[in-house]
Design a protein around this ligand. Structure first.
Ligand SMILES: N[C@@H](CCC(=O)N[C@@H](CS)C(=O)NCC(=O)O)C(=O)O
Length: 224
């Protein structure tokens, strides 16, 4: 099964380009950082402190008008936003698909399926959970918005859980979707809920966290 993947050692790793990654600890930039690390690609990290709303500073907003992290600036000045676009672009630029099953395989379709599910059905919910007032401008009760969305968040994680082969998403081995699942699963203060409800996601996350190229980044970003 593993022969369907190209190992990282056989990939054509290019280290000459330098990227600037804009992000914050514990945010989606962590998934990009771990992808860069797995690919062996050099980058520098520029912190945009979300606690103090630095993402809204005009200087950063000129890079990402959506005023969110992550953003990746390439050596030629090109700026890429949207975590999935950044990750897929890095893979096709640097790895010759090392971190995804081969093109056309059923396993690749599943890797892409869950990557996009996470990006479109789960990631956007964290904005509502973190900033419920944005979504209830006339409401006096943003907390009820947060509560409702947290419940939907949990239901969607249960769907992911059902599709994790264990110990990783795919039975064929590690892929970039594992990184994405691990990072997003840390959000929304679900630490008490996760072990009893999404144990496969927990095991997967620990597998990602302990990968030699990811460990230092994970430990810097997350406490659990
Ligand atoms: N669709 C974007 C979502 C990015 C996003 O929501 N980032 C969060 C941090 S994980 C953020 O910057 N939040 C700050 C805000 O919404 O003001 C992506 O995938 O990159």
């Amino acid at each position: 099964m593993l022969t369907r993947y190209r190992s990282i050692e056989t990939c054509n790793i290019i280290q000459i380009k330098m990227y600037q990654l804009y992000g914050d600890l514990g945010s989606g930039s962590c998934a990009v950082e771990m992808t860069l690390a797995e690919l062996g690609v050099a980058y520098s990290f520029r912190q945009i402190d979300l606690q103090s709303n630095s993402q809204r500073n005009p200087e950063y907003a000129s890079l990402n008008p959506q005023r969110k992290v992550p953003a990746l600036q390439c050596a030629d000045g090109n700026v890429i936003t949207e975590s999935i676009a950044i990750i897929l672009w890095l893979l096709e630029t640097h790895s010759d698909n090392c971190l995804l099953p081969i093109i056309g395989s059923a396993e690749r379709s599943q890797a892409l399926r869950w990557l996009v599910f996470l990006a479109t059905e789960i990631y956007p919910m964290v904005e509502i959970i973190d900033y419920p007032e944005r979504f209830s401008p006339q409401s006096t009760d943003p907390e009820s918005v947060r509560k409702t969305v947290k419940e939907i968040w949990r239901q969607r994680w249960l769907v992911v859980e059902q599709h994790v082969s264990g110990p990783l998403l795919l039975s064929g081995g590690f892929c970039v979707t594992d990184i994405y699942i691990a990072v997003l699963s840390r959000w929304a203060q679900q630490g008490n809920w996760r072990p009893g409800n999404i144990p496969k996601v927990e095991t997967l996350s620990q597998a990602v966290a302990s990968r030699p190229r990811c460990k230092e980044i994970w430990d810097r970003n997350f406490r659990d």
